[in-house]
Design a protein around this ligand. Structure first.
Ligand code: AGP
Length: 608
């Protein structure tokens, strides 16, 4: 996902833009650039590669003067990574400069129309078409030109624009991509997320689709595409920039793994009162009693949370749950009624696939509940109800603390729904709630023993192929273990239902194949162990993750063991995910990978 930032005020813009882009690096990018209006013309500096290359090109911003500017980190969609395709882009006369996050789907016909009217293009990007279109409509009023142009754009975009003729103005507009404006003292900003500006101000407004913001140092005004002025609420960000720093850790991912106990505690605490998990302000009791189905929609790790939630909600509340990849949901003719609860899970709240699926679910008549980590994000605002996880800013591309807090919320949903439908005994209810509240402390015990996992990673980091196997929630969890390993260590792995391996894939098991058997679920441990023996018989080396209570039983069949504290079965994944996260982290560390910014990946995928 691209990152965009804009500044207008009395200070030099370039250094502020570069610092803002630095804060957005975690989103993943392949090039970066800035454009600054020096009062007469627009200076542009941009380059492929890391921000360090851009900083060197403009002497850390000192060689670019002017107090109004825009900046961009690009994650290539249209046009390969290159200097010429980097943002900002300009109209051919240099009058309009633009930065863009998203995809303009009708850029080709617009480019043809403009070319036929004599416009000459330099790049392959859809963004340059937007710059040329705005300039095409420009008759001296930048707001009017932007309004006319965006009325013709289709697709997803967050645009930041400056005009050489208007040396103190930024214009920002969005559709299906995140964009905020931020209020400073005698200076104002826009950005794709608060991370870029929170060191300057914590007061922001969230633009809604098609709204246009005109940002000047003395104030910000908002308009509809037909230039009617509108008012926007201001929000105060409830964390400060230190929460988004590495805090002395080598990587954000490791810091965020270590933050999980506190993140889970912060997330569940507001809901637990008088010995109950109370979600009644989000899910009406009668509504839950009359539900006939729940559909969970998400992508990636958030989808893996959904797979575990399915097991837990069906087990406790006896409500049928279907988990659907967001990118599939819209195209599978889903069966949705007003008795279907659709739960959308997303850390960023900006994942395009999930956002579009949520819109479709609402169109089909479902009530939508979002579980999101970023306040004011598109998925949060588009849902009927939203439960915010309190993981704090998650910077590493590979999610950890957001995953764990999402998981904790789904356990509360399962527990609350079971109580509404009187599907669980008070004794079991109390046990689960007490074990949920004990999760943070038990997480700390696992994290205190991280060196044992580091040691195992050191034994195996040269592996190029791994299998994760498990049954029931152990299988659901192994999906996440496999993704974590793949996305940061680039080691190929597959998560497989342990009982399914012998139906084909076991043919891949040879001498030395590493198989990680997730065997925490006591009811099926014997069956998983027999699957472990099957692969061992074919030469596999088996590492097991199990509970202290099952350790002795599992030791008989497994070469190496990692144990987690005992807990109720619905909370086993909340603990067992930590060794899997740490294992992936250390494997990537020993392989010298770029752990916080894995190749090809972005923190939030705002394009379909
Ligand atoms: C997880 O480590 C990945 N970065 C990725 O799978 C992520 O979970 C997925 O893109 C969904 O993102 P979201 O939770 O922000 O919607």
């Amino acid at each position: 996902m691209c990152g965009i930032v804009g500044y207008t005020g009395s200070r030099q813009a370039a250094p502020i833009l570069l610092d803002g882009l630095q804060r957005l690096e975690y989103r993943g990018y392949d090039s970066a650039g800035i454009a600054v209006n020096d009062g007469e013309k627009i200076d542009i500096v941009k380059s492929m590669g890391r921000l360090a290359v851009l900083r060197a090109k403009c002497d850390d911003g000192l060689s670019v003067s002017g107090s109004v500017g825009i900046g961009h980190t690009r994650w290539a969609t249209h046009g390969k990574p290159s200097d010429v395709n980097s943002h900002p882009h300009v109209s051919e006369n240099g009058r309009i400069a633009i930065v863009h996050n998203g995809i303009i789907e009708n850029f080709a016909p617009l480019k043809e129309m403009l070319t036929n009217r004599g416009r000459v293009f330099k790049s392959e990007t859809d963004t340059e078409v937007a710059a040329q279109l705005i300039d095409y409509y420009y008759k001296g009023d930048i707001l009017d030109a932007v309004a006319r142009a965006v009325r013709e754009l289709e697709g997803s975009y967050a645009l930041g624009i400056i005009c050489a003729d208007d040396p103190d103005t930024l214009v920002a507009v969005k559709s299906h991509a995140p964009l905020i404006v931020a209020y400073g003292e005698g200076e104002n900003f826009f950005a794709s997320d608060v991370m870029a500006v929170v060191s300057h101000t914590k007061t922001v407004s969230y633009l809604d689709d098609d709204e246009i913001a005109v940002v000047r140092k003395d104030g910000i005004k908002f308009y509809t595409p037909f230039l009617d002025e509108i008012k926007k609420e201001k929000y105060l960000i409830d964390w400060d920039i230190s929460a988004a720093d590495k805090g002395g850790y080598e990587h954000y991912m490791f810091k965020e793994i270590m933050e999980q106990p506190e993140a889970v505690r912060r997330t569940i605490e507001p809901f637990i009162r008088d010995g109950r998990a109370d979600l009644s302000q989000y899910l009406d009791k009668e509504y839950i009693k009359n539900l006939d189905r729940i559909i969970v929609i998400a992508c990636g790790s958030s989808y893996h949370v959904g797979v575990i939630a399915k097991y837990n909600i069906e087990k406790l509340a006896r409500i049928p749950v279907e988990v659907v990849l967001a990118s599939e949901f819209r195209y599978c003719d889903p069966i949705v009624t007003d008795k279907t609860l659709v739960i959308c899970i997303s850390q960023s709240g900006e994942t395009a696939d999930t956002l579009e699926a949520q819109c479709e679910a609402k169109r089909l008549g479902a009530m939508t509940l979002a579980i999101v980590n970023v306040e004011g994000s598109s998925i949060a605002k588009g849902a009927d109800k939203v439960i915010y996880t309190k993981a704090g800013p998650e910077v590493a591309v590979a999610t950890t603390k957001a995953y764990s807090t999402q998981l904790a919320v789904t356990v509360m949903i399962a527990l609350y729904a079971a109580e509404c439908r009187e599907a669980v005994s008070k004794k079991e209810y109390d046990t689960i709630l007490s074990e949920l509240e004990a999760v943070p402390e038990k997480m700390k015990l696992i994290l205190d023993d991280k060196e044992s996992i580091q040691y195992l990673a050191y034994q195996h980091f040269n592996n190029e192929d791994l299998f994760f196997i498990g049954r029931n929630i152990d299988y659901a969890l192994s999906l996440e273990g496999s993704l974590k390993l793949k996305e940061i260590s680039y080691i190929h792995s597959e998560a497989y239902a342990a009982g399914e391996l012998k139906h084909g894939t076991i043919s891949l098991v040879v001498d030395g194949t590493l198989v990680i058997a997730v065997t925490t679920y006591g009811r099926l441990v014997e069956k998983t162990l027999s699957n472990a023996l099957e692969v061992k018989a074919r030469g596999a080396h088996v590492m097991g993750i199990t509970t202290e209570g099952l350790r002795e039983k599992v030791a008989s069949a497994i070469d190496e063991i990692i144990t987690i504290p005992n807990t109720h079965e619905v909370l086993l994944p909340s603990l067992a995910v930590l060794p899997l996260q740490l294992f992936a982290y250390y494997m990537a560390l020993y392989r010298g990978c770029d752990i916080d910014k894995p190749r090809n990946l972005a923190k939030s995928v705002t394009v379909e």
